[in-house]
Design a protein around this ligand. Sequence first.
Ligand SMILES: *[C@@H]1O[C@H](CO)[C@@H](O)[C@H](O)[C@H]1NC(C)=O
Ligand SMILES: *[C@@H]1O[C@H](CO)[C@@H](O)[C@H](O)[C@H]1NC(C)=O
Ligand SMILES: *[C@@H]1O[C@H](CO)[C@@H](O)[C@H](O)[C@H]1NC(C)=O
Ligand SMILES: *[C@@H]1O[C@H](CO)[C@@H](O)[C@H](O)[C@H]1NC(C)=O
Length: 884
Amino acid sequence: MESERALSMASMLLLLSCLCAAVVGFPFRTPPDLDVTPRVTVLSSGLRRCKRFQSSAVNYSTLLLEADSERLYVGARGAVFALSASDISASSALTIEWEASIEQKRECKVKGKDDKTECFNHIRLLQRFNSSHLYMCGTHAFTPLCAYIDEKKFVMSSQPEEGKDRCPYRSTTGYTALIIDQQLYTASQYEFWNFPDIRRNSPAPTLKTEDAPTRWLNEADFVGSALVREGLGSSAGNDDTIYFFFTEKSQEQSTTYSHSRVARVARVCKGDRGGHLTLQKRWTSFLKSRLTCSLPEYDFHFNMLRSVFVMPGLTPRDTLFYGIFGLEWKNVKASAVCRFSLPEVQEAFQGPYMESQDSDWREYVGKIPNPRPGTCITDALRAKGINISTSLPDDVLDFVRRHPLMSKQVQPVDRRPLLFKRTTNYTHMAVNTVQGLDEQMYHVLYMGTDEGWLHKAVDIKGQLHIIEEIQLFKEPQPVNNLLLSTKQMSLYASSPSGVVQLPLSNCPRYTSCYDCIFARDPNCAWDGAECVDVMTEANRSTLIQDIQYGRMGCEKTQYNAVHRSRSVRVGDDILLQCELSSNLATPLWTLNGTEVQGYDLNSGFRIGTDGLLIIEAQQDQSGLYTCHAVENNIKVAVVTYNVTISIDLPPPPPVETTHSILTMLPAPTEGPSSENSSSEGPQPPLLLLSPRNMEAIYLSLITVLGTLCVVLAVVLVYVGFCLRVGRRGKYSLRAAAAVHPSSKRSRKQHRNSAHMEVKTISSHCNGFCNGVSKRQNASIQDEGFLHIVPGEGHASPNKDALPPAPPLPPALHFSSPECDFPNGLSATLPSVLRRMNGNSYVLLRQSDSENTSPLCYPFAEELNKILEKRKHTLLLPRPDESSV
Ligand SMILES: *[C@@H]1O[C@H](CO)[C@@H](O)[C@H](O)[C@H]1NC(C)=O
Ligand SMILES: *[C@@H]1O[C@H](CO)[C@@H](O)[C@H](O)[C@H]1NC(C)=O
Ligand SMILES: *[C@@H]1O[C@H](CO)[C@@H](O)[C@H](O)[C@H]1NC(C)=O
Ligand SMILES: *[C@@H]1O[C@H](CO)[C@@H](O)[C@H](O)[C@H]1NC(C)=O
């Protein structure tokens, strides 16, 4: 039968999506406890108290703000701006226009460079030089230049100078620079024929890294650098040191891992003056070590260092280095956050060296010359008459030259990543310390993504809790830079399109005591009436906060749930809406005080994330329904509905079309779904129909089934398409219209249903195979899955008022190749339908049977269900039209 074919097609299709998820998906399992779901999702449309700066310039990258300055300096493409730090949107912005001339751009193009991206002046360096001047460097259409800025007048104070040896040629080349005591330290691969290089450009002699006989850096990609004033308060008369962070080609081969690239930390001493004969104009203090950030038990090695944030401590020894790491596979989105302590980095530099023998690196076990190679000049050395690096003995320098790599790897403080996030690429981070009401210091992490989102997280005993995810920019674009100011209590983020300033916390967002407590934001506390910023409160003794557990303190507060009433007819589908603001909450429904079992099809109830669906309502289902949000094992009532279901309710006013569409007929016995579906749901009352009506209904039923079959065929073709070309939903609709072979009349009649199904399925396809941007996926979700079923004719008169679906994590689809998940928690499902966090997942899992994966089977079930619905709903509204 046609219907059987349709079903087998549907299952084939789902099998296909499974297969493709397995092929494209992540090749291994992932530890769930480190992949934290952000508690609250804030879309850019819902962002409050945020300020923006935009101009005709693009590619905002460098940010500079100093403690006592009221200005935020921003480097972009062809311009530098001085903005008011307290309000970057204020009209007082000053600008220095600095773009390459037309002639220079033409030359750049002649050199074969991309005149859409590279033949511009991208500002790569913008830092304070001295008390009156700033210093900046730009790529200047592939001929880098640098210039001083008179800070007061905000003008270029002199003609630009040569920048080839201190600024990369491209906007995308890894680069880091520091100006310390008017000395410029830079690290980059300046142009592709150069070897990457860490250098001090002034004062003379210029120092560099060595290339022969041992190359100190191998295709290094620099992400950050930091000065640590180790000399400060040090009894040993230590020198200050400068740390550089990068990813490079791995030299050492190991039996336990085989990776082509590794993350590194290198350091040089600030007082280094190079060697006398050996290592002349080279660092005598260069040492490097590997930074590890991995989950060995899952064979995850995060080797790509993307960004570093240096967290100063009370003393230099307390310095922490926070790093964002990625996996080596470029097409796999994933991020890990690891932090390292300065003493452990120093320990690695004090440990054994590596040595190269026949291009094989192993630990050096021979004699080490004295003084220890690679150390800074200390009082101990000065006592020996070595007060400058040029006086170091030749054997020491020769040893340094050949042994730049340390054997010991630097392990993260926590011995594992703080966070491991699938489907997200973090680009930059900033960390702040906030004292909680419990007197503890908490680290609050702000992490920008490659799609323009910001994740705010708090470190609670080595475990991150993501307080919120905020959409900074409507259009997906990478966060180029993040800068945090405790003085302004602001976070600044730059991106290709602009700069945004937002407050470090937004406590009023939490409207109830529990909401405020569950957030676990160290900046926020409940004062009895509202969620307030702890910093602004004089009297902290009455404030309630529970960062450690996110549970305690609200027991005595009164919270009134919203109350509503609904009256419907028997046989209607009713959606009782209940949107939970927290992604970590699960809904729990009670009817007259007893829990509603919504996971079982036979119960007639279905619990989704946006509400409770009563399918074909019966009179005995009347009563008081309460929706609770369960979070951290605490049940909070959100909304109550007094639902009256009666047979003789007056017909609904004609405006409420949604209602009539959702009125259903009894399922015909030979329908495809009744054979197949395990559901024996409550029998709907038989409606009285004349034989003519029945005939019309059966005729139209056949038409509809035929159409559905065609639609499924089209969908199958589309899936083929989407596997091959990776196109999106829109495409499928066009395809549907084009391939549809049936008569024009029936096509017109059934276009609506066709759209629905195609979209529903295409959302799987996109979600699993291609990866859709957050926005697209969200809209598909809106139109497809979640809103087909609901019958909310009365419930929500204003459909537009529905809050937008939260973003889905971007494109990656993790799944194990077998399409099955031992703990029943599909890694794929949440990434596609994240809003269906937990609870809906259970809903979809309703008909668990062995050998069917939660990924494949429930969707088939869901699809059947929807197809069946369509069939019914098409019948009733216009029975005459659909008869042929
Ligand atoms: C610069 O901005 C443009 C437009 O916003 C973007 O397409 C391009 O990728 C950006 N380039 C870099 C290097 O960020
Ligand atoms: C800062 O440096 C600039 C550029 O070298 C120089 O012109 C200026 O006099 C310096 N300012 C101070 C206060 O030293
Ligand atoms: C280093 O010490 C020698 C003698 O002990 C002295 O003559 C020289 O000036 C010192 N150099 C520096 C840079 O302090
Ligand atoms: C719930 O309580 C109401 C009022 O007491 C009653 O009419 C209704 O039948 C009850 N519903 C159920 C399912 O017990």
